[in-house]
Design a protein around this ligand. Structure first.
Ligand SMILES: Cc1cc2nc3c(=O)[nH]c(=O)nc-3n(C[C@H](O)[C@H](O)[C@H](O)COP(=O)(O)OP(=O)(O)OC[C@H]3O[C@@H](n4cnc5c(N)ncnc54)[C@H](O)[C@@H]3O)c2cc1C
Length: 372
């Protein structure tokens, strides 16, 4: 049993850290330049096979990449993770040869941006109760309904959309479709004004009699729910990596700040030390959980419980770290321009998306009860 990264992984992490620190900005507009720079280095298709235009790297390396990007710009981390794990993998895993040829090389090279549209107003945690319909017509389907809070809405080139061909069939009616931007009948809402992660655009999507050719149905009719659920393990480990990056950003900022303040002789030193020590322990534990989940995924083993553990623990830690670091830095964290304010605001959403952390706890508990 080993508890450290291989030399190769350590080198990769260093490469990603240098890239993130030297090349990425953390401004307030959609991070097109960041994504472009990531694409130039092959980072938008890092775990996608070389055959399809990607870098063919292991999942753990991809997780290190998302962690380092998220440490500098969590919105860029979120967009990259969604693009890769639920924007590109569905086509890699379930696409026909024709779909793979049409979309994968562009997605893997970052020339196209991918998105995933499952959530609706009445179907968040309970995704199975979605109401968007897909009615069979000659040569394809007509989609009607709407989706909410879709990452990269309006920026994405290709959306994996979930709709039901027959609501009476429940989950067995849910079917996945590939919808290209600019398709007639696709109406994209304005980006939501969110608490954080605002560089990552999140919008409503409406489908008004939108025609999808049969050739753009992903998998068979009724396989959509299975497809969506099968992507979640990888997606959750990606969000967990975002949590790691965000937690580290807050801790790094605070350690530097405290060192500059020179705490020697300060009577609060012990109070500060205890908080820092607790955060450092939790961070190491989070990393072990997340890297283990990624390594399990690389080995082909089942990793739903481990992915949920990593996602829940690392994203909860990002929120805790931002909060505690604000306490430690006092006034230095009180101004809007303080990076800690951004870390705090950005940390909330990852606790909610890709399955809220309450839902992760349900997944973990169910698996424990099953295995016991
Ligand atoms: C920034 C952001 C980006 C997003 N991007 C995407 C995207 O790209 N694609 C997409 O499809 N969706 C996206 N989402 C939506 C996200 O996946 C949902 O918000 C999430 O699944 C939760 O659904 P909900 O908000 O409807 O909450 P609800 O399901 O209404 O849940 C509300 C609360 O109840 C709790 N709860 C619900 N059911 C249970 C239960 N059975 N037991 C215990 N507690 C429960 C939840 O944990 C939560 O705390 C995004 C959301 C955000 C915030």
């Amino acid at each position: 049993m080993t508890f450290t990264l291989t030399v190769e992984h350590k080198k990769k992490r260093e490469e990603f850290r240098c890239f993130a620190e030297e090349e990425l900005d953390s401004g307030d507009h959609f991070p097109q330049e960041n994504l472009q720079k990531a694409a130039e280095r092959g980072y938008m298709g890092y775990p996608i096979p070389v055959q399809w235009g990607g870098q063919g790297r292991d999942f753990l390396s991809y997780i290190l990449l998302i962690e380092e990007i998220s440490r500098v710009c969590s919105s860029t981390g979120a967009i990259t993770a969604v693009h890769t794990s639920v924007g590109t993998f569905p086509i890699l895993y379930y696409g026909t040869d024709q779909q793979k040829k049409r979309y994968l090389p562009g997605l893997a090279r970052g020339e196209l941006l991918g998105a995933f549209a499952l959530t609706e107003a009445g179907a968040g945690s309970d995704a199975a109760s979605l109401a968007t319909t897909a009615t069979a017509v000659e040569d394809g389907y007509r989609l009607n309904g709407s989706k909410l809070f879709i990452t990269s809405g309006g920026q994405a080139d290709i959306y994996t959309v979930f709709a039901t061909v027959d609501r009476e069939k429940g989950v067995k009616g849910i079917t996945a479709f590939l919808v290209e931007k600019n398709t007639a009948g696709l109406i994209v809402g304005k980006p939501e004004k969110k608490m954080g992660l605002n560089r990552s655009h999140t919008t409503e999507l409406q489908f008004e009699d939108l025609f999808v050719p049969k050739s753009n149905r992903l998998g068979n009719e009724g396989e959509g729910f299975k497809i969506a659920m099968s992507l979640l393990d990888g997606g959750r480990i990606g969000i967990a990596a975002q949590g790691l990056g965000m937690a580290r950003a807050a801790i790094d900022f605070t350690v530097n700040y405290l060192k500059e303040q020179d705490l020697k002789g300060n009577k609060t030193e012990q109070g500060v030390s205890f908080v820092l020590a607790d955060l450092a322990c939790s961070f190491e534990a989070a990393r072990l959980l997340v890297y283990r989940a990624a390594a399990l995924k690389d080995s082909g083993a089942r990793c739903s419980k481990e992915a949920s553990m990593g996602k829940m623990f690392a994203t909860d830690l990002a929120m805790t770290a931002a909060t505690k670091c604000m306490d430690l830095c006092g006034l230095a964290s009180a101004r809007e321009e303080s990076p800690l304010v951004r870390y705090f605001r950005d940390a909330k959403a990852p606790q909610i998306y890709e399955g809220s952390n309450q839902i992760q706890r349900i997944v973990i508990a169910r698996q424990i009860l099953r295995d016991y």
